[in-house]
Design a protein around this ligand. Structure first.
Ligand code: F6R
Length: 212
């Protein structure tokens, strides 16, 4: 594990974006794992900037998002589908059929989760996973106590996560209490992981992640 301390969130985003650039330069058809949340936004902005300058091509890239809220239609402004399309996919050239985001509205979650895992394997596994971290230390929506070998599944969100995410919804009660999420085991199979975190609220989670 390499820990890179950046002076600003902007610098952090540039360092993380450079990791994506390096992977795509070495493998233009790489499989990228995508995260939502406020922290990776700057990374996506950097990548969009490079794409607009003609320095980064996503036309052979495949993506898999980490998670989605259960019960939110894809058109809901707080769904992770909307987030990704608004903040990234709409602004780069990844073929629509190469984009995978867990469904928060499937009628059969176990079957969907098994299919998602299978799609990741069929695409050759994730080359680079972008990750954020929750203030309670969750990665994707794997709340504390999640098994290290867990796979894509339904999870109940921790109270702290619901409180943290309430800022995006009109009322706290509007925050979904379930999510579909890649497991810790799924994430750890990525060939490379770039976890981004910034701000005081993440200091404890990062100290425990790095120092144990
Ligand atoms: C989102 C995700 C979450 C976030 C985490 C931090 O896809 O997987 O684990 O990374 O909740 O969110 P922000 O960056 O908004 O603090």
């Amino acid at each position: 594990m390499e820990v890179i301390v950046a002076r600003t969130a902007e610098e952090m985003s540039k360092v993380a974006a450079q990791e994506v650039v390096d992977v795509l330069n070495a493998k233009p058809n790489a499989v990228l794992g995508m995260a939502t949340g406020s922290t990776p936004l700057g990374v996506y902005q950097e990548l969009v900037k490079l794409h607009r300058r003609g320095e980064l091509d996503f036309s052979h890239v495949t993506t898999f998002n980490l998670d989605e809220y259960v019960g939110l239609p894809i058109t809901h402004p707080q769904s992770y589908h909307q987030f990704m399309h608004e903040n990234f996919f709409r602004q780069v050239n990844i073929p629509a059929q190469n984009i995978h985001i867990p469904s928060g509205t499937t009628t059969n979650y176990p079957a969907f989760c098994a299919w998602y895992e299978q799609r990741i394997r069929e695409c050759g596994g994730i080359d680079l996973q972008i990750l954020g971290i929750g203030s309670d230390g969750h990665i994707a929506f794997n709340e504390p106590g999640s098994s290290l070998s867990s796979r894509t599944r339904l999870k109940t969100l921790a109270r702290q996560t619901i409180d943290d995410n309430a800022r995006f919804f009109e009322h706290r009660d509007d925050v979904p209490i379930y999510a579909i999420t890649m497991g810790v085991g799924t994430i750890l199979e990525a060939r490379k992981i770039v976890l981004v975190a910034s701000g005081k609220g993440k200091a404890k989670a990062i100290a425990q992640t790095v120092e144990g």
